[in-house]
Design a binder for this molecule. Structure first.
Ligand code: ADP
Ligand code: MG
Length: 789
């Protein structure tokens, strides 16, 4: 059992070019760091006299702006991952205002491989360790849960096309009689290696991104919990260890300042996200001594994280801070929250469970071994029952003993527990039996009845066993059917996207396979195919939308102007470089292998020569070491070393290439999604323009946009009414509290009506109209000197 307080770290996000730094200082001591934030005069001036100007907070460590992802992983996540491997539960959660770097810290940045966050690095570390440890059998699963507006969604269900959050399977909480929390409908996906786990992470992140709309702002308002489940067992041991590692990206912690008389900037303000308010309530209750009731049940998030907060878990918090001047009050709020969290003590215990079946097997084996040992010592094979003959002999001995009047007489029955027990039973019963009937008979009768009982018991057990077998058969059939269904669905999807390419190729990544450079690339292709299965929902959506020519042209224009296209191009360039490097390394590895084989051949030749020499010239002493062979051997050693170095580099490159591919895929999807929104808006603008034209019927407008005067029944109109209906289910609090953040990617999302993703019109005439409209408007704007978009 490990009892310790929750570890609390702070991480400061690097300032943007136009941001002005707030005044702060970091004081690093050996065991802890402190962060001092000074409120600038202009803010503090408005305060009542006793308000402090400078606030100091203690943390386990403060990561200043320049801290890199690998350092953050090493100090924060690696120790927790180690505990999870040893069988303890662990949680790492990031808390901070929107834009302070929670997602960057937990998942990672979307641009560079070196920006990989805690989740991919932890997966990589865990699978690396598992591979090294041969003493246990491990199984790993992952799950990915998003909680938005008190509803849980499974981000990892491959059967669902996620175009909206509501399309994902709903996850609900169940509590068993022991008050353990179970998440119903949250799928646990097995991941037997790093690659499979990363693909699942990618699938979840994609679902998360696609499901987000400007209206629900899911990424800032929802909590995401990625969980790695590890089970381990030593071969032959009945003990199984289970541990869970939660990696949590919480909703933005921004608050609205209390308004009203005397309301000041630095007074505690209300959270925008209600569940974070409940999280704080739980933290306050836990930090207070002698509190018996902790209000975990108030929100789904606190219920799910119950064990992580004040339970059986090693928990770590990362307070992410955006330290620019405008965010000082939020940063102070975040630090205050962190200080409260730091007071909570958790008790982590090893989660061990004994498998009763294995226990029985083990005990039986032990009994047999003891019996064998006993037989060896006594020289007699023993059964659990005494034989009829032995019983009669014993009866006789007891009779003699009882009838012997000598007080010194003894009853000698050898060191045999069965006989000793029999004697005691005899004496006990004998004192009750008055007719002097021999006990052996009595016991024999008893044995018969107990035999009857035993038969009855055996029959019952057999029936029970049969029943269990039937149940298992039914379950196995159900599982088979489910798997078949899933495979069929996947196959259909893949046929739609990848044409006739077969998907049955395996994509395991064992060392043997990747040692061969040509296999390395075929593996990559197989992976591409397999991951295209995960990415299908989006791609198929685009295909179904059937981009018309006009729409395609607009997409090209949109792509050129988009900020992310530079990143995509850069990554494409980098990917090409890496491919080339990997190819070159593959060739070199091949060369080295050929060289080693050649050297081996030489050694064999040398052996043959020396053997022949020994036959033709037996007087020569051939025992001495052959210097030529020694030299060849040391050459092989050298080559092997360079082979290992190159091979390890190739392995690293493979991981990097896969990561880059995922990053690019994600960026492309984001681009397409944003294009859809933009395109739909342009369609709406066009429609407004048409209506205006019809109403005003101005000759000027008619001249500029003659082609737009068409039927008012625009195809887009129907999609809009649908969208509005879908949004009427929105939680009103979500809408009222809507905030506009300075996220560059949302700059085009100005129209609230484009909340859910509307498929491209697919009507080539309409698309051409929209394109013409955009172009015409751009021309006008350029003439007016206002630039485009
Ligand atoms: P949050 O999830 O808290 O809303 P993000 O993680 O999305 O914030 O970060 C906002 C932006 O700042 C992103 O573009 C991200 O790449 C960038 N960012 C955050 N932290 C860092 C950091 N430590 N180094 C570089 N960029 C960062
Ligand atoms: Mg985020």
């Amino acid at each position: 059992m490990v009892k310790e307080t929750i570890r609390v770290y702070a991480r400061l996000k690097p300032l943007g070019r136009r941001q002005q730094a707030g005044i702060y200082s970091v004081d690093d001591e050996t065991s802890a760091s402190s962060l001092e934030i000074t409120v600038p005069r202009d803010l503090a001036d408005g305060f009542i006299n006793n308000k402090r100007e400078s606030y100091k907070f203690k943390f386990q460590k403060v990561f200043d702006q320049e801290a890199k992802q690998d350092v953050v992983f090493e100090s924060i996540a690696k120790p927790v991952a180690e505990c999870a491997l040893a069988g303890y539960n662990g949680t790492i959660f990031a808390y901070g205002q929107t834009g302070s770097g929670k997602t960057f810290t937990i998942t990672g940045g979307a641009e560079r491989y070196s920006d990989r966050g805690i989740i991919p690095r932890t997966l990589s570390y865990i699978f690396d360790q598992l591979q090294k440890d041969n003493s246990k059998v491990y199984t790993t699963h992952v799950s990915y849960l998003e909680i938005y507006n008190e509803c849980g969604y499974d981000l990892l269900d491959p059967r669902h096309e996620a175009s909206r959050l509501e399309d994902l399977p709903r996850v609900t909480i169940m509590e068993d009689p022991d008050q353990n929390i179970h998440l119903k409908n949250l799928s646990l996906q097995q991941a037997s290696n790093e690659e499979e786990a990363l693909n699942l992470l990618f699938l979840g992140d994609t679902n998360r991104m696609i499901a987000e709309t400007p209206m629900n702002q899911a990424s800032t308002r929802s909590h995401c919990i990625f969980t790695i489940h590890i089970s381990s067992k030593e071969p032959g041991s009945p003990t199984i260890r289970h541990s869970k590692l939660h990696l949590v990206d919480l909703a933005g912690s921004e608050r609205v300042a209390k308004t009203g008389v005397g309301g000041h900037l630095l007074t505690e303000a209300k959270y925008i996200n209600l569940s974070l308010h409940y999280l704080e309530q739980v933290i306050i209750a836990l930090a207070e001594k002698n509190r018996s009731h902790i209000p975990y049940r108030n929100s789904m998030m606190t219920s799910v994280l119950r064990d992580s907060l004040g339970g059986n878990c090693m928990t770590t918090m990362i307070a992410t801070l955006s330290i620019d001047k405008r965010n000082i009050e939020e940063s102070i709020s975040t630090c205050r929250f962190a200080q409260r969290v730091a007071l909570i003590k958790n008790e982590a215990v090893l989660n061990e469970e004994i498998d009763p079946k294995l226990m029985i097997i083990q005990l039986k084996r032990e009994i047999q071994e003891l019996k064998d040992e006993l037989a060896l010592v006594t020289g007699k094979q023993r059964t659990s029952q005494l034989s009829q003959e032995e019983l009669l002999q014993l009866d006789e001995l007891i009779q003699i003993f009882l009838e012997d009047s000598d007080p010194e007489s003894t009853l000698d029955v050898e060191a045999d527990m069965r006989k000793i027990k029999y004697c005691f039973t005899y004496l006990k019963n004998h004192s009750k039996i008055s007719d002097g009937k021999l006990l052996s008979h009595h016991i024999c009768e008893e044995k018969d009845t107990s035999k009857e009982d035993g038969k009855e018991e055996l029959k019952k057990m057999k029936e029970l066993l049969q029943q269990r077998d039937n149940e298992i058969n039914i379950l196995v059939n159900m599982l088979k059917n489910e798997r078949k269904k899933a495979q069929d669905a996947l196959f259909q999807l893949s046929a739609a996207s990848a044409g006739s390419t077969s998907l049955k190729q395996s994509h395991s990544t064992n060392l043997e396979e990747s040692q061969n450079p040509s296999r390395f690339f075929s593996l990559k292709e197989a992976k591409d195919l397999s991951s295209s299965v995960h990415r299908l929902p989006f791609i198929s959506r685009m295909k179904e939308g059937k981009m018309s020519l006009g729409c395609q042209e607009a997409f090209e224009v949109f792509k050129q102007d988009h900020a992310d296209s530079i990143t995509i191009k850069d990554n494409e360039h980098l990917l090409k470089q890496r491919y080339a490097e990997a190819k070159c390394l593959g060739e070199k590895i091949n060369e080295v292998r050929n060289k080693i084989n050649h050297l081996k051949g030489k050694i064999t030749q040398r052996h043959i020569q020396r053997a022949a020499l020994a036959v033709s010239n037996p007087s020569e002493v051939l025992d001495a070491l052959d210097p030529v062979e020694e030299k060849l051997r040391s050459q092989i050693e050298e080559e092997k070393k360079s082979y290992d170095t190159m091979f390890n580099r190739l392995k690293g490159l493979k991981v990097e290439i896969e990561h880059l591919q995922l990053l690019m895929e994600k960026a492309k999807m984001k681009l397409q999604k944003e294009f859809e929104v933009w395109w739909t808006e342009e369609g709406a603008n066009l429609q407004t323009q048409q209506e205006k034209t019809e109403l005003v019927s101005s000759p000027n407008t008619t001249m500029v946009y003659p082609q737009f005067i068409k039927s008012s029944q625009h195809p887009l109109a129907s999609s809009f009414s649908e969208t509005t209906r879908a949004n009427s289910n929105e939680d009103p609090s979500g809408r009222n509290n809507s905030i506009i953040f300075n996220n560059p990617s949302t700059k085009i999302r100005t129209s609230p009506s484009s909340s859910t993703s509307i498929p491209l019109t697919g009507d080539s005439q309409t698309d051409a109209d929209i394109l013409a409209f955009i172009k015409a408007r751009q021309n006008i704007l350029q003439k007016k000197g206002l630039g485009n978009k």
